[in-house]
Design a protein around this ligand. Structure first.
Ligand SMILES: [Zn+2]
Length: 82
């Protein structure tokens, strides 16, 4: 039974192991509506559409983020019936 003459260095072991290590990229595809990059089978974060249907009110979310906490948004202008 042959035996290794010398012990491999840690660097050599790490190099061998690193050659088999690979990160997987997320499945990013362009949105069919606005062509912004989005994850497959996910709602588009840019336009809020999924399957040609508005699922997320992105504009309302942006308005909410713009208004500071505790301050009530302007009445009348932000009223949207759903
Ligand atoms: Zn989109």
């Amino acid at each position: 039974m042959p035996l290794p003459k010398r012990q491999h260095s840690h660097a050599r072991t790490a190099r061998r192991r690193a050659a088999n290590f690979k990160l997987t990229l997320p499945n990013v595809q362009p949105c069919p509506r606005c062509h912004a990059p989005k994850l497959a089978h996910h709602v588009c974060p840019d336009c809020g559409f999924y399957n040609n249907r508005m699922v997320l009110d992105v504009q309302a979310r942006r308005r909410r983020q713009e208004t500071p906490e505790g301050e009530a948004p302007a009445q009348g202008a932000a009223a949207t019936g759903e």
